[in-house]
Design a binder for this molecule. Structure first.
Ligand code: ATP
Length: 209
């Protein structure tokens, strides 16, 4: 089974990385693909160019086998819809099932994602807990997908909804951008190699968030 972890990653931080690693180990995944979006449908396109967000991801995982950066959303034109990403991953026909990893904040807006119900035709969805987010009541559709039995994820190739808590690191890319913008030191929130990249490329300095 392959984990799919999408986001803007502007920049990637230890909240993302620790989650990806814990989920990989908890579910014995072959790998977790970190997939930066090019043009997110639900928020403004990040000011940081996609290739730079991708470069930061590559720096972050370079010594971590099993965490893999996947650039397919950068190579597509138009909005980066997750349904298209899952379809293209399945077309690769690795025979492996897909586990779509999303935080509770993203999960709360799931029903506004393009063709969201069809996501379950291509993947299981794993919701990871994130500090400060209280879960809303599930709709009938989502309740019908819910399981608390991890084995269900291996019995079927797709279609289950599972909640998993991981070590909670209350870090957000927004907070990191703000820190840097105000001249503070972001150390210990993200890898040093990425801080160096941010400094070298003068990212997040003196611009609105
Ligand atoms: P921003 O502050 O710019 O919105 P972000 O830090 O929330 O960014 P994204 O790239 O938007 O990061 O998020 C990608 C995915 O990572 C989402 O599913 C989100 O829920 C999850 N995520 C973000 N921060 C954390 C964290 N600290 N711990 C666990 N998951 C996280």
């Amino acid at each position: 089974m392959i984990g799919i972890y999408g986001g803007t990653f502007d920049p990637v931080h230890f909240g993302h990385l620790r989650t990806a690693l814990e989920v990989k180990e908890l579910f014995t995944l072959d790998e977790v693909r970190l997939i930066p979006c090019s043009q997110p449908p639900h928020r403004e396109t990040p000011l940081t160019p996609p290739e730079k967000r991708l470069a930061m991801l590559e720096l972050a995982v370079q010594n971590q086998p099993g965490l893999v950066v996947d650039r397919r959303e950068l190579d597509r034109v138009g909005y980066s819809y997750m349904i298209d990403t899952l379809k293209s991953l399945q077309n690769e026909d690795s025979g492996k099932s897909l586990l779509l990893i999303i935080g509770t904040d993203a999960f709360e807006g799931l029903d506004s994602w393009h063709q969201w119900q069809q996501l379950f035709d291509y993947a299981h969805i794993l919701v990871i807990t994130r500090p400060g987010h209280v879960l809303q009541e599930l709709s009938c559709f989502l309740s019908s997908k819910l399981t608390d039995n991890r084995e269900d994820l291996t019995l079927d190739k797709a279609g289950c909804l599972f909640f998993q808590s991981v070590t909670q690191l209350d870090i957000s890319a927004t907070a990191i951008r703000l820190l840097i913008n105000s001249g503070q030191n972001p150390s210990y929130l993200l890898p040093d190699s990425i801080i160096k990249y941010i400094n070298n490329n003068k990212l997040y300095i003196r611009r609105p968030n």
